[in-house]
Design a protein around this ligand. Structure first.
Ligand code: NAD
Length: 515
């Protein structure tokens, strides 16, 4: 698909006058040109989406499921085409792009198959005060959801919001990152062609542009904004959305830690740390940026990690382990973190930190002996670098891992899964993988999201479906009440009998009776 097709009716609002180019980060060459949509365009998109939302929500669960599964099948059959486009637009190796699409496909499948069960009407116990009522709760779509996405995982990340919002019965307006509009356009067009057949307006619309367009979407009368990006931008989005009391989900950055226990499988831990930190050139929100290793195994672990890392090479050829930095400006952040770490006594492995940057590529760097208050430890680096620190034991590892203002994911490698599970509960992060990295993102049923500066709200799983709905509670009286408490006809004796019953059930100390 080409950018010019993006402007045909059905895949976005009418073209705006101003445009921008999407560039190949490895060559700097333009890939395609896209409209820079404005505030007025966002408003038009919302009114079109309102009509689409009414139509989509009016379909049966089975019909929505079947259309989403058709889209899943299309994505699966056209995986190579999309992976190649992702490779060209982000620089990531096509194999990594393929893995990203595979994970997104699993989420489309899960959301399509579980929406009805999670969101459809279900009975709840009415309780003692309402024994004459039947009570049900169901989760209704919000209407129109605005999704603002990042560039680092341009399929997996926004799909975590798009797919769950659509499966829940909403229409979506998608503002992809200005660095990956072609991938965004491909997703929107494929949905339109495969799953949106017969819609009066597109159920999934594309709104291309930069920060201004994102701000326009946040200011428009959408029913929720699902934002993924940096915490700094999330703050701006929340300020804008506050004017309309529009709720926001914020999926922000991280500084994920991996802790290596004294009895861990060190080969597995070193392998996972290398991949978790360096795949996708370290441009991963749940990438490993810090490693804390128990004292007895520190030297052995470090040697194993250095050995693996020394064999990795960035490039854009087929054999490269990871690609160029997708966003040129990130190289300045990485350079600043490396320089500060070295100035503060840090050591770099396998080569010199000063030689790491060869724009648009950055060679992998392991940093040791870096103080915990250095920016390489406290701020998101988003590059192929990793800090490794010796700790006394698992407990000190947890303490240092938690001393971060981020809390997205984390990992623990330990010989005892029981000890690791207890440690996982103590880690102040939304997700923890034991004896692996990032596994939680591969389980569609598990909610994905962070705490503190890493954001709030959840995508994926049942929580991810409910995130794009409002709970609707319904009671239905099937029998006249023995005592009518909600009537001016209520007598003193009625109330006394009720208080007596409640006191009997709830007034005792110790073991409580079931209501
Ligand atoms: P970013 O914050 O620069 O931009 C994110 C999106 O917001 C882009 O589409 C951008 O155009 C838009 N935007 C910029 N200014 C805006 C404004 N004022 N109002 C509304 N929208 C605006 O982030 P990025 O560089 O695209 O992505 C990298 C960041 O995303 C990293 O911090 C990374 O950790 C995070 N991330 C988080 C997750 C997660 O699920 N938690 C996933 C991927 C990336």
């Amino acid at each position: 698909m080409t950018a010019s097709q993006a402007q045909e009716p059905g895949s976005g609002p009418a073209p705006a006058r101003r445009t921008f180019d999407s560039l190949n980060p490895a060559t700097g060459q333009p890939i395609a040109t896209f409209p820079l949509y404005s505030r007025a365009d966002a408003e038009v998109a919302v009114s079109r989406a309102r009509e689409a939302a009414r139509w989509w929500a009016g379909l049966s669960w089975a019909e929505r499921r079947s259309r989403l599964l058709d889209w899943k099948s299309f994505l699966t059959r056209h995986m190579d085409e999309l992976a190649e486009l992702m490779h060209v637009e982000t620089g990531k190796p096509a194999d990594d792009a393929t893995l990203e699409i595979v994970l997104a496909i699993l989420h489309v499948d899960w959301a399509a198959r579980h929406a009805r069960k999670v969101l459809g009407p279900r009975r709840v116990l009415p309780g003692i005060a309402a024994l004459n009522q039947s009570a049900t709760v169901e989760y209704q779509p919000l209407g129109v959801v605005g999704v603002i996405g990042p560039w680092n995982y341009p399929v997996f990340t926004p799909m975590g919001s798009i797919v769950y919002a659509i499966a829940a019965g909403n229409a979506v307006i998608f503002k992809p990152s200005e660095l990956t509009p072609a991938v965004g356009e491909w997703l929107v067009r494929s949905f339109d062609e495969v799953a949106g057949r017969g819609a009066p307006e597109p159920v999934l619309q594309l709104l291309t542009g930069g920060g201004e367009t994102g701000a326009a979407l946040a200011a428009s009368p959408v029913d929720k904004i699902a934002f993924t990006g940096s915490a700094a931008t999330a703050r701006k989005v929340m300020v804008i959305a506050a004017a309309n009391l529009t709720p926001v989900i914020a999926e922000c950055g991280g500084k994920d830690a991996l802790i290596v226990d004294a009895d861990a499988d060190l080969n597995a831990a070193a392998d996972a740390a290398a991949w978790g930190a360096l795949s996708n050139a370290g441009q991963t929100c749940v990438g490993i940026e810090r490693v804390y290793v128990a004292d007895p195994v520190y030297e052995t672990f470090l040697a194993k990690l250095a050995d693996r890392v020394s064999r990795l090479r960035p490039g854009s050829d087929e054999d490269a382990d990871y690609g160029p930095m997708t966003m040129p400006g990130q190289i300045d952040v990485i350079s600043r973190h490396l320089a500060d770490a070295v100035a503060r006594g840090g050591r770099a492995l396998p080569g010199r930190a000063e030689d790491a940057v060869d724009a648009p590529y950055v060679r992998p760097v392991i940093l040791t002996d870096v103080p915990e208050d250095a920016v390489a430890v406290t701020e998101e680096t988003f590059g192929p670098t990793i800090t490794v620190r010796r700790v006394a034991n698992l407990e000190e590892g947890i303490q240092l891992a938690n001393a971060s203002r981020y809390g997205l994911g984390s990992s623990i490698f330990s010989g005892s899964r029981r000890r690791a599970r207890a440690a996982a509960r103590q880690l102040h992060s939304g997700m923890t993988a034991i004896n692996s990295v990032i596994a939680f993102a591969m389980v569609p049923a598990l909610p994905f999201g962070g705490v503190d500066e890493s954001g709030f709200g959840r995508i994926h799983g049942a929580d991810g479906l409910r995130e794009f709905t409002r709970a609707k509670s319904i009671t239905s009286q099937w029998m006249k009440p023995p005592v009518n408490l909600t009537s001016f006809g209520r007598t003193d004796a009625d109330l006394k009998r009720t208080v007596k019953l409640v006191t009997l059930l709830h007034g005792r100390r110790g073991r409580q009776a079931r209501p």
